[in-house]
Ligand binder design. Structure first.
Ligand SMILES: C[S@@+](CC[C@H](N)C(=O)[O-])C[C@H]1O[C@@H](n2cnc3c(N)ncnc32)[C@H](O)[C@@H]1O
Length: 302
């Protein structure tokens, strides 16, 4: 499928909203020190209800509870179902805002234009973030890793149409167990992917492993709206409109209900920043965009 809407007008409208919104720059530097692992364990338990004794317990799938071992299969079903409509639905569900958020992420993740760099985009799906980075930095080769072959197939088609097939590689794999050597990338990103990964701490520590020293990890994820009034509007839109749009456009509202519910179950940005620190990243911090609808996290491998 081609692009859902003309890139230029929808992106410029979305950019106006992102830039115009209150941007909370109280970067919550949490450091990688002692209590980070305690916070991380608490956040991971909150996220996964894992057995503190080390066994794998239950986790959530949206608002439902299920054995941790079953979550990935359920997540994969969702993305198999939505792959062909994924880009169109992203535009409809976010009013095009996802483009502006990804522009911010890519602008920060792209290195100097001509530098020969290797970048990893985790849970990169249909390639949205990878294409932005590859276009901003022609010297960079981007590897998109995703567990879902259907999402990757759409991404490969799009890369071909954009003339990026030789600069963006698509790899099927699990973020919890990356098929790459240690220190093989100069930067890593993940956009709207980490909340779908069952064992988040494992994915973070794998990301840390495959980055070289001096590299930066950045994560874009939905967060909680912190503007009075906007929160209720956002809830109404999320729980009523989004599944309805999913049913009308993609013929099934259920996958979209999961996407909305999973946002509510994701740790608060302070807790997630502590998980990033606990994985070994230095200067873990985050920034809220668009009134807290999303948070952009950052950590360095130093
Ligand atoms: C909401 S989509 C985000 C896609 C893309 N990053 C974007 O922003 O458009 C979430 C992606 O996470 C992928 N995913 C879920 N679990 C994963 C895992 N364990 N390892 C790698 N990718 C995973 C899904 O297949 C899906 O493509």
């Amino acid at each position: 499928m081609g692009e859902a809407f003309p890139d230029d007008w929808i992106a410029s409208l979305a950019r106006t909203v992102v830039v115009g919104a209150r941007r909370d720059r109280d970067l919550a530097a949490v450091g990688a020190g002692g209590d980070a692992s305690i916070w991380s364990a608490a956040a991971e338990r909150n996220m996964a209800n894992t057995d503190p004794g080390g066994g794998e317990g239950d986790t959530h799938f949206g608002f439902a509870t299920l054995p941790l071992a079953d979550k990935q299969g359920r997540v994969d079903d969702v993305f198999h179902k939505v792959a062909r409509r994924y880009d169109l639905m992203n535009d409809l569900m976010s009013g095009g805002l996802h483009r502006a958020w990804k522009d911010v992420l890519a602008a920060r993740a792209a290195g100097p234009r001509r530098a020969a760099r290797r970048h990893l985009d985790l849970a990169g799906g249909t390639g949205d973030v990878a294409f932005r980075i590859a276009e901003a930095a022609p010297g960079t080769h981007v590897t998109v890793l995703d567990i879902n072959a259907d999402m990757l197939a759409v991404g490969r088609e799009r890369a071909g149409k954009r003339g990026l097939a030789d600069r963006v590689t698509f790899v099927e794999g699990n973020a919890e167990d990356l098929p790459f050597e240690a220190a093989s990338f100069d930067g890593a990103t993940i956009a709207f992917g980490i909340r779908n990964v069952p064992r988040i701490a494992r994915a973070l520590s794998e990301t840390h492993r495959v980055l070289r020293r001096g590299a930066r990890f950045q994560c874009l994820e939905f967060s909680s709206v912190d503007v009075p009034g906007l929160d209720r509007l956002y809830d109404a839109f999320s729980f009523s409109a989004i599944p309805a749009i999913g049913k009308a456009v993609a013929g099934d509202g259920e996958p979209y209900r999961y996407l909305v519910e999973s946002i509510r179950k994701f740790p608060q940005p302070e807790d997630f920043a502590r998980m990033v620190a606990a994985a070994g990243f230095s200067r873990a911090s985050f920034e809220r965009l668009s009134g807290g609808i999303v948070a952009l996290h950052s950590g360095w491998k130093l």
